[in-house]
Design a protein around this ligand. Structure first.
Ligand SMILES: [Zn+2]
Length: 340
């Protein structure tokens, strides 16, 4: 496969900061640099190589969160992200982030002006990035686990619906699956119901570490259109068959799924291999390149090494385009480009 014209749907902007930029900003802001103070060592400390557990995977994020709470940084990170995407032959990407992480006080509930400034800064970075690198990038705003911040995210998605923001998600502060209790939280349910009413697209981290019942809840209660990860759908045949029948889209992140420990360490066959065999509607994504050390091209190559056919890989990219959150006319143009 020539891996051209790729589409990526699941990547966290906070998890896609260049190591060089992180190093420079930590020094500039007089914050502790992980490791012995060199860039090389920072890379070693930031990249997780071994699957241990989710806490181990999420630990390096504290360094990123320390530096991004600044409008200028938000714009820079968004711009550089487009350059990295272009190096990975990506034509269209939906990057998700918590606007709260990019505000100066990083409070769970920040003031709306600061949040709006953060979203505008990311969109400015994306707009410049599109001009300079030919990558179209749109935002998915991510509500933080069990906080009033989900209400902010709903409000921001309404404000910026036709201005760079294409959908909402919900995750923990570090970008992993929300807990079961949150999926019962009336506030979170309200946000998704209201988003549906307003025509705001919805995705949700589910079935990554949680069981298949979380996927059912995401679909039936949260009206989500795509599932972030979703590997544990395979734990229940009935639910798996339902998802197959309804062509539910799974945003799969191959390398990250191994590093987070969300799958049993001794799995013989990765769920993505089964998805490809059964013609599940799935895409291939990178999730958090700063921490995994893998950008999307690396993930494509990894799954190819697992024996997934070239046709399935092409189909995965088509699935990404067909399930993206762009307005219909832009989506049609994207699909045309991909299939060229
Ligand atoms: Zn994620």
């Amino acid at each position: 496969m020539d891996y051209q014209n790729l589409v990526e749907l699941h990547v966290h902007l906070e998890g896609a900061v260049r190591h060089e930029t992180l190093y420079e900003l930590l020094k500039e802001k007089c914050l502790p640099v992980p490791g012995n103070g060199t860039l090389e060592d920072l890379k070693k400390k930031m990249i997780i190589n071994e699957p241990i557990d989710l806490a181990h995977f999420l630990a390096p994020f504290c360094h990123i969160v320390d530096v991004v709470k600044d409008i200028a940084v938000a714009e820079r990170v968004a711009y550089e992200f487009c350059e990295e995407m272009s190096k990975n032959n990506v034509k269209y990407v939906e990057a998700r982030y918590s606007p709260h992480n990019f505000t100066p006080d990083q409070k769970e509930v920040s003031n709306m002006t600061a949040l709006e400034e953060a979203v505008k800064a990311v969109t400015r970075g994306f707009t410049k990035g599109e001009l300079d690198f030919g990558v179209k990038a749109r935002s998915i705003l991510c509500g933080l686990n069990g906080t009033d911040g989900v209400i902010d995210v709903l409000q921001l998605s309404k404000t910026f619906k036709n201005d760079g923001v294409v959908g909402i998600d919900m995750a923990t502060k570090q970008g992993s699956e929300i807990t079961e209790e949150i999926l019962l939280d009336p506030k979170a349910i309200y946000v998704y119901e209201e988003a549906k009413k307003c025509g705001i697209h919805r995705t949700l981290h589910a079935g990554e570490t949680g069981g298949p019942d979380m996927i059912v809840r995401a679909l039936d209660v949260f009206h989500t259109e795509r599932i972030g990860h979703g590997y544990h759908v395979l734990d229940d045949n009935k639910i798996y068959n339902r998802c197959l029948k309804e062509k539910i889209h799974f945003e799969c992140c191959p390398w990250s799924s191994l590093l987070t420990g969300s799958l049993c360490k001794t799995i013989i066959k990765h769920p993505i291999v089964r998805f490809a065999e059964d013609d599940v509607n799935f895409s291939i994504n990178s999730d958090d390149p700063t921490v995994t050390g893998f950008w999307i091209l690396d993930d494509y190559k990894l799954v190819q090494s697992w024996g997934i056919s070239e046709n399935s890989l092409k189909q995965a990219n088509n699935n990404a385009a067909e399930n993206c959150f762009l307005p219909e006319h832009e989506k049609a143009q994207l699909i045309k480009l991909i299939k060229k």
